[in-house]
Ligand binder design. Sequence first.
Ligand SMILES: [Mn+2]
Length: 353
Amino acid sequence: MESAKRNKLDKILGECDAVLLMSPHNMRYFSGFTGGEGAVVITENEVVLFTDSRYTEQAESEVQGFEVVETNDWMKSACSLFEEQGIKFVAVEDDSLSMADYTRLTSLAENREFVPMTSKIRTMRMVKTPEELEKIRKAEEVGCKAFEYILDYFKPDVSEKDIALEIEYFMKKQGASGLSFDTIAISGARTSLPHGVPTDKRIEQGDFVTLDFGCVLDGYCSDMTRTVVVGKATEEQKKVYNTVKKAQQIGLDSIREGIGCAECDKAARDYIASCGYGQYFRHSLGHGVGLLVHELPNLSPKSEIILEKNMVVSCEPGIYIPNFGGVRIEDLVAVTENGCENLTRVTKDLIEL
Ligand SMILES: [Mn+2]
């Protein structure tokens, strides 16, 4: 096994005797296995992937340095290994281990102690490697292309669902394996719903249309949001749009290594409040993105995390006014020493279709 990989495993092993991973994203992160079903065990001397016959061939080609063991009961096999090696402390994923699995684990592995490890993994995953950054960059490029493509697709009578489906189809045609999350394509007064679901509603003249979407490419997520106007924007629409656009720029300008996440949130939030829309910005400024679309750190008032180089975060302020509509603009950026690299390279000028 290459030393960089072993270092990563040692880092997560820490003071524990063993690490047990069963969630798809963490198995992928630490072993490279993309099958999603199985168990990864890391000890000082051994690294094993337990999985069943559906995945063994695939696993052997994916997990360099790991021993692949075929078993129909990976939890039992993992516990046998703990027994053989006299393992005492086993670190587990406290966020995803179900109560049923935990109960079974404790009955299969008596005299072992299970230690929560999720927060350590989340912290590790915040800072991306150059390879991870490149994957996120490429995923975001597909998103940007989808946005440019969909602008030409708008025509009278097209529905929110039609638009969402077309974006998804386009991203898959570009190589995406799936979506980061269910596509948001909402219009008119419905744009006041920050996480509205596309309906059969037709797009009408004068509508705001908010598109928030992302794809998974090579395991990594993209995420972006743009809001456009169909037809000529009213003065009120322009005012709301430009307030969000300016707040988003203020948020972006604040992002750099060494600044607190809460401070970034505050910069954008204070501007929106100063324009009189404070009560209508009701979520945090952004979130980390990687193998999952929502990772740490959160750019939120409650966060105590300080940004580090190579973290990837979204910057997405919004104003949502009931019975009027809403605007959100979201870019994905990689934190650098002096600022950030914006991965979302499409215009934020108000588009009137
Ligand atoms: Mn987002």
